[in-house]
Ligand binder design. Structure first.
Ligand SMILES: *[C@@H]1O[C@H](CO)[C@@H](O)[C@H](O)[C@H]1NC(C)=O
Ligand SMILES: *[C@@H]1O[C@H](CO)[C@@H](O)[C@H](O)[C@H]1NC(C)=O
Ligand SMILES: *[C@@H]1O[C@H](CO)[C@@H](O)[C@H](O)[C@H]1NC(C)=O
Length: 382
């Protein structure tokens, strides 16, 4: 889900004349790097915590070979842009990544449902039915992270949707993400918004409430925090719910329902949880995934929708502009976040959404993500 309307991407290299613009924002905390080893302090008070978690955390740092990035695809059914990702991975190094897919239960990625062998049988087996904008979405994220934590070589965890595309080749993405000792989590304060429900207190105090894009990249210790949390998640399940549309059949009940705090769990959960655990010094407080917001929809319907890129508007200049963005302004905090990875200036965005198949095809043919091999699309397993 995405309704982040308080951020503005800015670039010093271009002046945008996009009519439908982008609003975007976040807090940046000071650049104090806290690289202390991350001690995992867990209180296993909940019966749902099973002992396998102890096992996982104790073996989690032992692995041979290079560290991997786990690419976590949270999708409805198939991977519509698998042909693009297939080429991206084809140009990558097999020992440096792994792929996990959360799709609707029972859906199988096989010859008939994916064009890329990289995705075959990569869906996790304990997937759940996800309702967009509800806590099942966070649950699905937690399941993906949990599955990926099983492989100790996975050291970074990138969450992607079915309309996300890479803006660079594999080696560039790998070096950028691996170089950063911090997670990339868009996270900001928005004092005016009404999504915080005072009933969440004292488990979640108001000053720890955060907002930000769902599309996160986590370091391993933060992935563990997210998977191991039941306490904050249970508060979210109870008090962070989307307000249903007015339904005339419900009569007076509508009054009550419309008073409810309109809350979109996936735009708050990880941000708030990491703030609660005092881990914000270990974050780059921005997302790696570019989104363009439709301003006319915002004006007309007072709703924020991401724009979908099509073949026609995913032109090379557009892509170049996206890749040229080097800072993000967070309006609610009057804060400018200059984009860094491991203290080096970098372009802000490695990925973008939402891309249609046509737009993805254009990226592919223009070799944005590296050399395009027709064979990658015909899928001949290595
Ligand atoms: C990947 O992209 C980077 C930056 O665009 C470029 O410098 C590099 O040569 C590319 N690497 C490969 C293996 O294509
Ligand atoms: C991060 O930056 C430091 C200082 O410039 C450098 O020594 C280190 O190798 C970098 N880390 C990675 C993983 O690139
Ligand atoms: C932007 O929103 C307007 C109003 O809802 C809609 O008519 C238009 O199709 C949207 N544009 C895109 C590119 O999504």
């Amino acid at each position: 889900m995405a309704a982040n309307n308080k951020r503005r991407h800015v670039t010093t290299r271009f002046s945008f004349n996009w009519k439908l613009l982008i609003l975007f924002f976040s807090v940046s905390i000071s650049c104090v790097v806290v690289l202390a080893p991350l001690f995992r302090l867990h209180y296993y008070t909940n019966a749902n915590n099973n002992s396998s978690r102890f096992t996982r955390s104790s073996i989690s740092r032992v692995f041979n070979g290079p560290p991997k990035i786990a690419f976590l695809f949270l999708v409805r059914r198939n991977i519509p842009l698998d042909f693009l990702w297939g080429t991206f991975f084809q140009n990558g190094v097999v020992s440096r990544f792994s792929i996990y897919v959360h799709s609707t239960p029972g859906f199988v990625l096989d010859d008939s449902t994916t064009r890329s062998h990289f995705f075959k049988a990569r869906q996790i087996t304990n997937s759940i039915q996800v309702s967009w904008g509800e806590s099942s979405m966070i649950q699905a994220e937690k399941l993906l992270l949990e599955a990926a934590l099983e492989d100790p070589a996975n050291q970074r965890f990138v969450l992607l949707s079915d309309s996300c595309v890479p803006l660079y080749n594999f080696s560039y993405v790998y070096d950028y993400v691996m170089a950063s000792p911090r997670s990339f989590v868009d996270s900001f304060l928005d004092v005016k918004e009404g999504r915080y429900n005072p009933k969440m207190s004292p488990k979640i105090p108001r000053e720890k409430w955060r907002k930000g894009s769902q599309w996160i990249t986590l370091i391993r210790s933060h992935a563990e925090v997210v998977v191991d949390d039941d306490i904050i998640f249970s508060v979210f399940k109870k008090y962070c719910k989307r307000r249903p549309p007015i339904d005339s059949r419900k009569g007076k009940l509508n009054l009550k329902l419309q008073k409810q705090h309109n809350c979109i769990p996936d735009e708050h959960y990880v941000q708030t949880l990491l703030a609660m655990r005092d881990l914000e010094a270990e974050l780059e407080r921005r997302t790696l995934t570019y989104t363009l917001w439709n301003q006319s929809a915002a004006k007309k319907e007072n709703q924020w929708h991401p724009m979908t890129f099509t073949y026609a508007n995913a032109n090379p200049q557009r892509i170049k502009d996206m890749k040229g963005i080097n800072h993000v302004y967070y309006e609610t905090e009057y804060r400018t976040e200059w984009c860094h990875s491991n203290s080096t200036s970098v372009p802000c965005f490695l990925f973008a959404r939402k891309f249609s198949q046509g737009a993805a095809m254009r990226l592919l043919s223009e070799e944005v993500i590296g050399h395009f091999e027709v064979s990658a699309m015909l899928d001949t397993p290595p």
